[in-house]
Design a binder for this molecule. Structure first.
Ligand SMILES: Nc1ncnc2c1ncn2[C@@H]1O[C@H](COP(=O)(O)OP(=O)(O)O)[C@@H](O)[C@H]1O
Ligand SMILES: [Mg+2]
Length: 281
């Protein structure tokens, strides 16, 4: 197998309507089997980058190579190239309602394999494999509106995995899920990594980063790359996290002393000292 990276992006820039910058000169490399986390505050460009990697948007500047071939608007107009590329890339959108549209879960999962032109037997095998893996066998005759948010997320992932893509793109997969679904999904991402899938995903899961990602790319609110590295390295870089607005400086009053320290996003803190009425000091 070749050792060249599965994905290579160089200097990607993108603006919506040629007016609203979303990505500025972002580069990345993803090796086969690697799991890359895209980190950054809301609006920094994570979804835009994922859409470019999925061939759903095309960069205004820069180049993007996937599976050793340049991917651009012109290339994807070629039906053969497009079909091959689409069969190798699975995208799980942040908003599952934009993704799950078939009358039943079964049809939703069968849709991709049908598009791939697989035999009916093979399609049935794929359906039973992914429904078992995602524990949604009992939901198979349901309509999307009869599913909870967590169930809908499972169905969206099942329909992507049914195509058996080499590259999985997840846009904030755990956003909006209850704790049990969130835990389950993080476990699934670990399993997919162990199964050798290449995964690029946007996340705010700093607590779980070391188990779900091999590398991280941090984007700034100016839509530029702030840095890349292994999770431990990134998490240890307080200045980087602060400038990416992934942690915020927080001022506390402990007695008469004021001091500030970092909080990871999503952490609430109960120290009443915040309000100037320290409890235990
Ligand atoms: N359809 C759109 N039209 C105009 N601007 C957009 C559109 N989608 C996203 N943007 C802008 O592009 C920037 C990056 O957005 P996005 O990629 O969605 O960021 P993230 O996923 O990191 O929250 C933001 O400033 C956002 O407002
Ligand atoms: Mg987004």
């Amino acid at each position: 197998m070749s050792s060249e990276p599965l994905l290579v992006a160089n200097g990607l820039s993108y603006s919506y309507l040629e007016r609203f910058p979303a990505l500025e000169e972002v580069s990345l490399e993803v090796a086969r089997g690697q799991r890359l986390a895209l980190l950054g505050a809301n609006g920094c460009g994570k979804s835009t980058l994922l859409k470019i990697l999925a061939g759903l948007l095309f960069a205004d500047r820069g180049s993007y190579l996937a599976f050793g071939e340049e991917v651009n608007a012109e290339k994807l107009e070629d039906e053969q190239f497009s079909a091959a590329f689409r069969s190798r890339v699975g995208f799980v959108f942040q908003n599952t309602d934009a993704q799950v549209f078939s009358p039943t879960v079964r049809e939703e999962i069968a849709f991709g394999p049908l598009q791939l032109g697989l035999e009916p037997d093979e399609i049935e095998t794929r359906i039973s494999d992914v429904t078992a893996m995602l524990e949604i066998g009992d939901l198979i005759e349901r309509a999307p509106y009869q599913l909870s948010a967590g169930q809908k997320k499972r169905v969206a992932i099942a329909s992507v995995l049914a195509m058996n893509p080499e590259l999985l793109l997840f846009d904030e997969p755990t956003a909006g899920l209850d704790p049990r679904s969130r835990h389950w999904l993080l476990e699934l991402m670990i399993e997919l990594g162990e199964a050798g899938k290449t995964i690029v995903f946007a996340t705010h899961e700093l607590d779980q980063l070391e188990s779900i990602a091999d590398r991280c790319l941090v984007l700034s609110e100016q839509h530029r790359s702030l840095g890349a590295g292994v999770p431990a390295e990134i998490l240890a870089d307080y200045e980087l996290l602060l400038s990416a607005n992934l942690v915020h400086e927080h001022t506390h009053r402990h007695g008469k002393l004021l001091h500030s320290h970092a909080h990871k996003r999503g952490h609430h803190h109960r120290d009443s000292g915040e309000h100037g009425f320290p409890s235990g000091v």
